[in-house]
Design a protein around this ligand. Structure first.
Ligand code: TEU
Length: 558
């Protein structure tokens, strides 16, 4: 079980309003008490902070906002004492434009690192630096063209994300060697693994062909950059240069937008896969409209079909990661559950659904206490560049209706996940004594760690139980998976089975009472866990109450 920390928003030890490494170290007990096995730290490296650290200017320095290398080493050793592994974020599809490599590369066409990034001339017949002269029609993840003009070189550079995140040229062996050297240096410092940011975008199709306009009228680079021709080759080389021959297993999880189950099986294959697991995006894209800010209701049957397919496709030789939240996604209890009347029930229902599937579960900071989306008043309350640039492109420079765009941002902005961790009911949620860089959610007075720490009926206590089950019961780790009641649009149910022993998980994803589907009923049932605070246990045939989850063990048949 892996716990994700977003350092800016976790705990601020020095009152400057930004989370830091001593803050994380001071709260590692919380993560260990939860029962997690590892902590994944979103980037802590030196960065101008255009994308909150996903734009790195020095891979081997700690950003002064977060602390020093000594602070990092103290964090690692405290984690070690608590039995927690540490997984670092590895952002090597791109660097910051303020990285020394890029500064050199941009200075002249014949500079030392001229070929370390992806440079192209203007479109033939066009004068560079003017709209329409870009080498192709690709639109960036963060709105606008993927190309920025540099007069010193009279060329454009490629950036799939912001203009301050130029893409590295992985074709260049010196670039790859430098990345492997840097990764080795972190492993030598004692880190236990890497979460690899958009790793499946590192190999681009030669020629960088135009994209085809999608539902929003914009051309995405995706078909020409996802799982490109040399991607797997690069990962194998990385494995050889960095991971092979070390005396401990290094955990690797690739972030892989648009990956298919076939891609994922190749990447995580038990014998030949270069990665342990990947973060796929299918299930978190089902409720997107033309853009991710067109918030559509979730179709539960589609979610089950999707997650069921991934379970099935990776069952034999691959391995899944299991996540509903991270620093890029809104809070799941607000998105798919009910953050009002059935807040507790739906937070624990979603947790049950996720944690008992086959794969490695991820808990994003605050998810374990049922943190919800925040209340953003106007555009000035947001900090995330994706959000701000989307607003600028569609409202300030476009003709979209501001009310509609704002609704989408409130529901889906990444800032929902980035509000300060809610430690207690004091000012700023106990996150900082100073004004936080992003306001704390006003509901911190009710939803916080202190209020739940000793309450056996809290969301936090429920998470501990779920994580405990995985650690105690081999069936949860190794058992096979079968979806039950696939056609039900209210109930998410499945069976896990190992050596004749089985577990049935039945979760009501609705605020209504619903009958237990016929294929979920078993003889010789034994109650394992339920999420109703009062009367958790009811006769097996009783209808499911709103957002009720039941975990049942089924003995070996005679
Ligand atoms: O995100 C990659 C990604 O696919 C993005 O598109 C992300 O899902 C975005 O929020 C979608 O609109 C990774 C990081 O997790 C993200 O925080 C970074 O901003 C991004 O890469 C660039 O490094």
């Amino acid at each position: 079980v892996i716990y994700q920390v977003y350092p800016r928003s976790f705990a601020d030890s020095d009152g400057d309003g930004v989370g830091d490494l001593p803050g994380i170290t001071a709260h590692l007990d919380h993560i260990a008490d939860l029962g997690a096995d590892a902590v994944w730290l979103s980037p802590i490296y030196a960065s101008p902070g255009d994308d909150n650290g996903y734009d790195i200017s020095d891979y081997e320095a700690i950003d002064p906002q977060f602390g020093t290398m000594d602070d990092a080493e103290r964090l690692f050793s405290r984690a070690n004492e608590l039995g927690l592994k540490v997984v670092m974020d590895l952002v090597v599809n791109h660097t910051s434009d303020e990285h020394a490599w890029f500064q050199d590369s941009a200075s002249a066409r014949d500079s030392d690192k001229a070929d370390w990034y992806i440079w192209r001339d203007p479109k033939p017949g066009f004068e560079g630096g003017h709209p329409g002269a870009e080498p192709n029609n690709w639109q960036s993840f963060f709105s606008g063209s993927t190309w920025t003009w540099v007069p010193e070189r009279e060329q454009y550079y490629l950036h799939l994300f912001s203009r301050k995140q130029p893409d590295l040229n992985w074709e260049n062996p010196y670039v790859r060697a430098e990345i492997y050297r840097m990764m080795n240096a972190w492993l030598d410092r004692g880190v236990d693994g890497f979460r690899m940011d958009v790793i499946n975008l590192i190999s681009k199709v030669p020629g960088l062909p135009d994209g085809i306009a999608g539902r929003n009228g914009l051309a995405s680079p995706m078909p020409h950059v996802v799982h490109g021709p040399k991607f797997v080759e690069y990962l194998r080389e990385m494995r050889e240069q960095v991971f092979t021959g070390r005396d401990t297993h290094i955990l690797t999880v690739g972030e892989t937008p648009d990956a298919t189950p076939t891609h994922a099986r190749e990447l995580t294959h038990v014998d030949s896969g270069p990665l342990d697991m990947v973060f796929q995006f299918e299930h978190v894209s089902l409720d997107h409209g033309a853009s991710r800010f067109d918030a559509e209701p979730l179709d539960l049957v589609a979610l089950k079909e999707s997650l069921g397919t991934w379970q099935r496709e990776l069952a034999q030789d691959g391995w899944n990661s299991l996540y509903f939240e991270n620093h890029d996604q809104p809070r799941s209890v607000s998105r798919w559950g009910d953050d009002g009347q059935y807040w507790y029930e739906s937070a624990t229902a979603l947790a049950t659904t996720l944690h008992l599937m086959r794969g490695t579960p991820y808990v994003y900071q605050g998810q374990e206490i049922g943190m919800t989306n925040s209340r953003f008043g106007s555009i000035g309350d947001f900090r995330d560049l994706e959000t701000l640039r989307y607003w600028a492109a569609n409202v300030e420079n476009g003709d979209a209706d501001p009310t509609t765009v704002m609704e989408g941002l409130r529901a889906r902005s990444r800032d929902n996940a980035r509000t300060p961790m809610q430690w207690d009911s004091s000012l700023h949620a106990g996150f900082s004594t100073g004004q936080p860089w992003l306001d704390a959610n006003p509901n911190a007075d009710r939803i916080n760690v202190a209020a739940q720490a000793d309450d056996p009926h809290s969301v936090l206590a429920f998470y501990r139980q779920l994580i405990g089950l995985r650690h105690e019961w081999p069936l949860v780790v190794n058992g096979g998976f079968t979806m039950l009641a696939p056609e039900s649009d209210r109930v998410f149910a499945y069976e896990r089975e190992l050596n004749g022993e089985a577990m049935v998980v039945i979760v009501n994803w609705s605020p209504e009472h619903v009958d237990v589907p016929a294929d979920c009923r078993r003889d010789r049932e034994e109650w394992v866990l339920g999420n109703y605070r009062e009367h958790p246990q009811v006769p097996a045939g009783d209808p499911l109450r709103p957002w009720e989850s039941r975990v049942i063990s089924v003995g070996v048949p005679v």
